[in-house]
Write a new protein. Sequence first.
Length: 464
Amino acid sequence: MSEPHRRVWTVVELAAAIKTRLEDSFSNVQVRGEVNALATPASGHVYFSLKDGQALIRCVLYRHIRRYLRTLPVENKEFLVRGNVSAYGPRSEYQIVVDYLEPLGVGALHAAYLELQQRLAARGWFAQERKRPLPPLPEVVGIVTSLAGAALHDMLRIILARRPGQRVVIAPTLVQGDGAAPAIARAIRLLAAHAAPDVIIVGRGGGSPEDLWCWNEEEVVRAVVECPVPVISGVGHEVDVSLCDLAADLRAATPTHAAQLVVPDVAELGRKVVLLRNRARRALDAQRALLRRRLEHAAARLRREAAPTALAGRRLDELRLRLTAFLRRLLTDRRHRLALLARTLEARSPRNRLAERRLRLEAAVPRLHRALLARLAEKQRVAPLAARLARAGSMLVREQRLRFGAVAGRLGDVNPFAVLERGYAIVARADGRIVRAAAETEVGELLAVRLHAGGLKARVEEKT
């Protein structure tokens, strides 16, 4: 390329190009080395160098990334760092922008932590919707921690300072080493079952990842999830995030912070009560003053507007008096009518009529008794006559039956329908008259013939 056409870069353009090439070529790199020149200014960012025996590279850990890391770089300790290589424009220095780091030797432990975290999260144990609020003023506070640790003494000091006389129940347990996980889970269950706490604090002071690993065990997390009361977890320092912290209803940065969150400061509550009481008194005074001004204004308007309405007021008073007198007269009249109706009702009461009927019945009983005695005496006299009458009646019935049989026999002999049984017939004209001679009919006339069984219709063909 000829000299006139060669590009001339500005410093900022070249620095930007180098930065872009570095970020494109060296993204998501992992580097191991010893931490050196560690600095944590007030901005919250962390600056350090990573070196080995032959070279050194600068690193920066920004504040918004630092919040999510379990560990921070430690001077003269070997770490595994992951991030993107970039360039700092003003000085054209390249550096690693760190998004993850861990001390060497705990990589397998951290991998196990991540695997267990994903598995328990899939069960919903870390879901925000299952978190319960802490009681505002608990009667009983339970603590699950070691009796030998300084964390217990710090928590008790803070709790009793904030609320003297607070009832605290302690369930001692191992907090690290072999057997710590089942001991912690058992202490949580026993405390919840037998001490009836309103809230439980679980935790311990700081330590290495290996010391804090028992707080990541599944049985500890299960005990926290299944606890019937809210649990606040304060394990290690602020940078230490255990699975127990994630499962608890609230995570505290430290055990002492957990004690501050669980028990309110009584003195502060007293100050708030005084403040609210003063605020309420001022509001009531302002409301009372406002109502007094409204009442005075209404009274003034009433005085101004009372004169035109004086005549109407007197007329209203007269009408009120007349209405009162009318109502009194009406009430008196209604009382008189009610008394009259009561007397009439009393006179016609079924109770009185029943008493009258009872008296009449009692008077009629002797007469009925005498009548019955007379009837019995008469019946004794009539009994022989009744026997004779019965015998005479039986003889009369037999005589009448004999006479009826004779008459029925003679009647059967003259019964015209009895003759029909012997083959004879009765011939009648259309108007029902009986035909006794052929001359009484006409040729072609339709006649009715009655037989012993049934009847016939016959037409006259010829008279002989």
